[in-house]
Write a protein that binds this ligand. Structure first.
Ligand SMILES: [Zn+2]
Length: 422
């Protein structure tokens, strides 16, 4: 499992010679000889990457680039060997990030939800498959509760692990309670009081867990009869962060059942959240509020640190340039950086180039699938935390009628798409 700190490390990594290797391994469903196919696929991918490196190292025929090429070859051999071992062992996917020239090698297990096995080499690591998974998996708590027990689980990147198990024994009815209706009723009330006390304790614990960042969102598993007693005890803050509830018996539910219920609830909640943010962003952008659309404005807002949530079309591709000095990204393909004047270099896929920023700043990220309205505004948009004065002024100067601006952006994206596929 990969931690936030490890992802930050990957986002920061850079190899100026362009020998940072990223390998994503997605196991295929078991069928005849499938494992052999996986290994062959990796070998083919490795050969293709070697070819790219070879042509690069021939272009700059100094000894350093030859050394780099040799070290990348070492990494590729190791990846091919690894994929032979991985093949056929089923359920887990894997990611490897390597750069032998800098002594860098990291391996992570991932849930088997990658779109494909892929291998690439560049200045930075290829992080989109990881970002797609992470966008789908924030720190998630799953709480199971009944009248005297509660269990807390972490669900992260498809892995469920139990964190805590509380048990508050209910007061038992003693022998003396049998005398007349009064005592029996009294004992029942005691049991109900104990249960209430237990629910209060758990509700308080959940609130603290959220405040201390133990988890960002949570899901509840309990019986319907307990929900009516537990719900009133929840703090309003905890209620806001509750994604959904499923019916479960604390003592009997299996980990696999918990995981599948929780993932279903989470997927639905993500879908709802993505749609909400998308509508809000477009609406805010129309009214010159906390939303921006189109690559140029999104890049600008990212550089100003205004972005809270970023929305990118699943198949968005666009070219841009990156300043070799200050790191400025520009949607216009210019040779000199408009910020510091130094030379720029071409970025083949800007949606990939912005990921290190997104990761470093913990920006919420959604990949949007086929949405006509989103397509019209350029397939990239951001909801802002705030809008800085600087950005307001720039916006005011470049303001154009809404329909004209939409048309222009749609045209721009169309051109980028043509360039990317051609
Ligand atoms: Zn610059």
């Amino acid at each position: 499992m990969i931690t936030r700190e490890q992802i930050h490390e990957l986002a920061q990594f850079e190899d100026p010679a362009g020998c940072a290797l990223s390998f994503y391994f997605q196991p295929t469903t078991p069928r005849n000889k499938a494992h052999k196919e996986e290994a062959i696929l990796t070998k083919d991918l490795a050969r293709e990457v070697l070819r790219q490196l070879e042509s690069k190292s021939n272009r700059n025929s100094n000894s350093t680039s030859k050394d780099k090429y040799e070290s990348a070859r070492t990494d590729l051999d190791r990846i091919v060997r690894l994929s032979r071992d991985l093949s056929g062992n089923g359920a887990r996917a894997k990611a490897v990030f390597a750069c032998a020239a800098q002594g860098f090698w990291r391996e992570y297990d991932l849930p088997a939800q990658l779109s494909a096995t892929q291998l690439s080499v560049n200045r930075h690591f290829h992080l989109k498959p990881l970002a797609q998974l992470l966008g789908a998996f924030p720190r998630l708590g799953v709480v199971l509760v009944d009248r005297h027990r509660a269990r807390l689980f972490d669900l992260r990147l498809g892995e469920l692990s139990e964190r805590m198990d509380f048990f508050h024994p209910l007061t038992r009815r003693g022998r003396g309670d049998g005398f007349g209706g009064y005592d029996a009723g009294h004992a029942e009330r005691r049991v109900a009081d104990d249960a209430l006390h237990h629910f209060k304790f758990i509700a308080e614990f959940i609130k603290e867990g959220l405040e201390k960042g133990m988890f960002e969102k949570w899901i509840l598993g309990c019986q319907d009869t307990h929900w009516s007693q537990f719900e009133p005890q929840l703090h309003s803050y905890a209620r806001q962060k509750l994604l959904g509830r499923f019916s479960a018996e604390v003592a009997h539910v299996s980990n696999e059942e918990i995981r599948s219920h929780a993932e279903k609830i989470f997927a639905d909640a993500q879908q709802r959240r993505c749609q909400e943010v998308l509508r809000e962003t477009i609406n805010q952008a129309r009214h010159n509020g906390r939303g921006v659309t189109g690559l140029r404005r999104v890049l600008h807002a990212l550089e100003l640190g205004e972005v809270q949530t970023l929305l990118i079309g699943q198949n968005f591709h666009a070219q841009a340039v990156e300043c070799s000095g200050c790191g400025h990204l520009d949607a216009h393909v210019v040779h000199l950086c408009p910020v510091c004047g130094r030379e720029t270099r071409e970025v083949v896929d800007v949606a990939e180039a912005i990921l290190p920023w997104v990761i470093r700043r913990d920006i919420e990220l959604f990949y949007v699938k086929d949405d006509p309205e989103f397509d019209k505004v350029g397939n990239i948009a951001a909801l802002l935390r705030y809008r800085s004065e600087l950005n307001k002024n720039i916006r005011a100067i470049t303001e154009v009628p809404a329909h004209a601006s939409l048309g222009r952006q749609a045209g721009l994206v169309g051109r980028y798409r043509g360039a990317a596929s051609g």
